[in-house]
Write a protein that binds this ligand. Sequence first.
Ligand SMILES: *[C@@H]1O[C@H](CO)[C@@H](O)[C@H](O)[C@H]1NC(C)=O
Ligand SMILES: *[C@@H]1O[C@H](CO)[C@@H](O)[C@H](O)[C@H]1NC(C)=O
Ligand SMILES: *[C@@H]1O[C@H](CO)[C@@H](O)[C@H](O)[C@H]1NC(C)=O
Ligand SMILES: *[C@@H]1O[C@H](CO)[C@@H](O)[C@H](O)[C@H]1NC(C)=O
Length: 823
Amino acid sequence: MSFQLSQRWFHQIIILQMLVAWAQGSKKDLFEELWGLGKSASKQSGRRVLSHDLTMDEIFNYWQKMYGRWPSATFEQYLAEYRQRVDGAGRSWGTPKTDEELLDIYYFLRNRTQVPHAPGWTPERDKCGPVCHLYGTCNQELGICGCPRGRKGPDCATPVRTSCQEYCLYDDECHRIIREWCINECNGRGTCVGGVCHCYPGYFGADCSLSIDYDGGQGGRGPGATVLLAGLGYTDNPRGPRIYMYEFPPEMNLWGQLWVDRPLNVILWERFMSLGLREVDPAKADYFFIPGCARRCNKWDEKFQFIIEHYGQYWNRNHGRDHIMTHPGDWGRCERSWTDTFDSFVANVTMLQHWGITVDRSTETHHALFNSCYIPNQDILIPPMCGDMYWQYENNVWHPYRRHSPILKTTLASLAGSICGWNSAEEPPCRKRYYSLGVRAALWQLRDTPGFQIAKRVPNIGQSMAESEFCFAPTGAGYGKRNVISVTLGCMPVIISDHVTQPYEPFLNWNEFGVWIPESDVKDTEVILRGLTPQQKAEKMEKLYCAARHLSFTTVYGGLFEGDTGEFDAVATLVHILRTRKRHPGVPDHKLMEVDPEFADLMACKHHNSTTAATDIDETPARPPTPPLPLAGITSKVQTTIDDEAYPQRTVTTAHWIKDANGKEAGQRDSSGGDMVAQASPPPRQLCLFNGDVVLYADHEVPEPSDITIKRDMRPGQCMPRNGNRPSGFPPGGSIMCPPTGPITKQKYRLPRELVHTTHHCVNHPPLLTGLRVINGAAARWSPGQPIIHTLPTLPTKDSVLLAANFNTSTQLPAGLLALRPV
Ligand SMILES: *[C@@H]1O[C@H](CO)[C@@H](O)[C@H](O)[C@H]1NC(C)=O
Ligand SMILES: *[C@@H]1O[C@H](CO)[C@@H](O)[C@H](O)[C@H]1NC(C)=O
Ligand SMILES: *[C@@H]1O[C@H](CO)[C@@H](O)[C@H](O)[C@H]1NC(C)=O
Ligand SMILES: *[C@@H]1O[C@H](CO)[C@@H](O)[C@H](O)[C@H]1NC(C)=O
């Protein structure tokens, strides 16, 4: 054991050294610099602001760095040629102003550069003819030339203006779309041109990972077969499932924005690859992955058309049941971005989405998309990724930092966020009935109740939630993300959303580590939360730690928890669900753990073959039996719902149950002897109980209070706002360390953009993140202010895919590494 341990540590130290070496002295991939990325990256957010354009001279120089120096005479000649070209077009020498102008100089240089090509590739063998590879990438299986944005035609020779509306979410960023990231950074086999890999000749696919085994011997499937990452030591994961990934012409997905806003599709692409699950032979595939982009620009119709045309037999094999799509939009399936013709296609796929409503509540909520948007036993409710939350996740109660700075739970229950509508300062009564199903508005009534903290805005939602025992996790405009954020931070989630499937339900039972209250019982919230005994809460907290590991993407964004290996993370959980479903066809999800002990162990965060039975020994003294928790079905207003069948084990907590289980006194605020809050750990004196009378809640319209007002309103025993760790410019009264003691003025204290995003919206910009990305068994690191990716050499995916790290956000150095076990 200790030998293994030290070996593991040794391994990690080696990796650590490699990382640091790469970070310091690597020959950098300069394509980001070529496009002017990172020039003005803000140190604080790490976000690469796309504002600096490189001049033409700079671009010529970067090109030299990437592909080696031309003899100076050649360099001068090319420079002169390009000057002429610019003059001829009536432009001025300097900074390219549009994507078209950037593409122009890019193609000029590329055409004069000897680039590598795939082994065995020759111009004669190319399926697309001699011109395609100058401008685009030839899909060597289908003979289709795929163009970057700005080019069209059979060999991409025709420049086109592309419509911003059609491909991007935000108009004003449109001409900069050329600076999109590429999947797997093109695996070093091409140039990233606006999210589309311009692969070196012979390589193809969205990330240039594919090539043809022209002479046989590369993949074992014989000459002419497609191979994956030829020569890079890619190994299939023998446990599967084998996932075929469709390669669509780039205008069907890669032209759109991939990263902005919920990059689930791209992340899964990269992780399926790095887990060794990608299968290039459709005949052998267990699943078929239909990649999307962010939200709009998905071109689903074109994609289904393409599948039927080229891969119809594989669709028909199972009527598309083995096809997987991602839909990370607020309303999942209900956000229809395909025409009626393809309804019956989409109806058959497995949708990976975040919105879990399973009954029609559109009339009651006046919102068409509050309808049955999720199909149990077919779709999978993926936890929202919340990549932009990862720096705040350092506040979680299980983080290695907690050894030195423990979190005190100072609030009984909190909710930070808009009450009546997305990013809205409105207060109840709310105009929109659908927003959070009215639950936030109902909870607003608790804002003056001691122990509760209900605020529209807080400076650090991570800290706020970590310091709360319970966190409300309502839905939002569509899905909510507070369920996952709260679990990840170590706060027991309070779910008040009837018929809304929670992430990874029914494999996770949310009432076991949180509190699921029927909407009709929202008035009993305080009684229920105060009524849970310390023992019951401790049991929930133990389960919560396992749930946190299933719900966070640690193998994507980096480690978060002391002692965690990432083996149960959200990606691993998804892979296991797919694998287990495949193993037991026809078995409903809620029975899978029963029939598959390995899967049951995974969901319980246990090694399947672990011989230690320690977790089964209950050392706590026998307690009187508690009555069973009520099943959700019997508390529901809706008479017939598929939930009763799909989630027969879903339980809820009610005030009745609290009284039956814990006695009549349970749940009362000031009962002598039976005060559950007082008994809870941490001990009562650390609980910040404050006088509701003087607490003013966040109000965007009222001017901020002076220090004098704050001091006057403070009472002995109240928490003093701590000033440390507060973003500069944030008013003292708005600190979340304490309940807000004064209003937050929107006009005067405009929150930094990234903070607004963090508190209100789950926008994922990879550049916001610190962490390590696992790429084909190799790893790439990014860090704030240092946006260049450093790639580590490929590691075999078979026995250990390593590497996710915590980075110390102040030093940019790895603070800890995780050895990831194979999934
Ligand atoms: C690429 O180079 C060839 C030969 O030098 C030339 O004929 C062609 O016009 C060039 N294409 C571009 C786009 O510069
Ligand atoms: C969807 O599945 C059903 C069978 O469940 C099948 O009849 C139908 O043709 C499928 N739709 C498509 C477009 O394949
Ligand atoms: C448990 O699994 C590991 C890795 O899969 C294997 O090396 C080990 O022999 C297994 N132990 C038992 C007791 O089966
Ligand atoms: C991160 O680095 C800073 C600066 O060296 C250091 O003060 C701090 O303790 C580090 N944090 C952790 C958790 O290692």
